[in-house]
Design a protein around this ligand. Structure first.
Ligand SMILES: [Zn+2]
Ligand SMILES: [Zn+2]
Ligand SMILES: [Zn+2]
Length: 267
């Protein structure tokens, strides 16, 4: 077996012979590993101990399945560059574990779906500087806008008054040009169990916050919207009929906190 429990998990003296076996999913395959959790007074909880050992537990109170950090990173990379779905990636892991009886491998593909979303969110927090501080990110804090377009305070200093700038400074240097576009084919069905749907980053990245968007849409009384709404009145079973947003016109970068789900036609 390629997996080694780190020393911190098995050198402590207060062992109570409680060595539960948990399923570890790694890049090298699926393994069943029994783990001696530290039971010293003041020891962290089991899920925290797994995190310290580089394992992401699929559940937090009595973990039965855990994913190594490397398999999660590997999946994110595969998903980004090769478009691999969680199901396909998991089939690969099955086949790696047992090429003769891949279906005998304990199934936990549905765990991968939820763990990978939490893992990706942890990464986003880290990449945007929210890992070691207690302040919560605000709207659009977990996304970056175009690095080339003018952004006051980031690549544009507004404290330099216009009079001190050279006369021939072109005005486009300080102008943002945005385009709006949408995809009206990206339909999204209503979830089967709405209570199971937990929003991990409501409005923190490119999509607009749910609450804020719904308030805005209800106040809209644009004629054009009303016409399109009539045409799509029959699409009751869809939660979203498309997706749209703003991007900078020169470089095509999406504007954070500007993407919306169309509910009816172009609304
Ligand atoms: Zn022991
Ligand atoms: Zn201990
Ligand atoms: Zn741009």
């Amino acid at each position: 077996m390629a997996f080694h429990a780190p020393a911190a998990l098995n050198t402590h003296q207060t062992c109570l012979n409680d060595h539960p076996a948990i399923t570890i999913v790694d890049k090298s395959g699926v393994h069943s590993v029994s783990i001696s959790y530290c039971q010293c007074p003041g020891a962290p909880t089991r899920d925290i101990q797994l995190f310290q050992a580089g394992l992401f537990p699929a559940s937090f109170t009595r973990p039965k399945t855990a994913f190594t950090f490397s398999v999660l990173d590997d999946f994110l990379l595969n998903n980004l560059e090769c478009g691999t779905s969680a199901m396909n990636y998991y089939s690969k892991i099955w086949r790696l574990t047992s090429s003769v009886f891949p279906l005998m491998v304990p199934v936990s593909c549905h765990c991968l779906h939820s763990v990978i979303r939490q893992w990706h969110q942890c990464k986003l927090y880290k990449w945007h500087g929210f890992a070691h501080k207690s302040d919560e990110p605000k709207a659009s804090d977990l996304a970056l806008f175009c690095p080339v377009c003018p952004q006051p305070g980031i690549n544009l200093d507004l404290t330099i008054s216009t009079s001190t700038r050279p006369d021939n400074t072109p005005s486009w240097l300080f102008t943002r040009t945005l385009v709006m576009d949408g995809n009206f084919k990206a339909e999204h069905l209503h979830p089967v169990n709405p209570s199971n749907e937990v929003s991990l980053m409501d409005g923190l990245a490119f999509m607009i916050g749910d609450e804020r968007y719904k308030n805005c849409v209800q106040r809209s009384d644009c004629n054009n919207h009303l016409v399109v709404n009539q045409a799509n009145a029959s699409r009751q079973r869809l939660e979203a009929t498309g997706i749209g947003g703003c991007a900078c016109a020169r470089h095509g970068c999406f504007v954070p906190h500007s993407m919306v789900d169309f509910q009816k036609g172009e609304r």
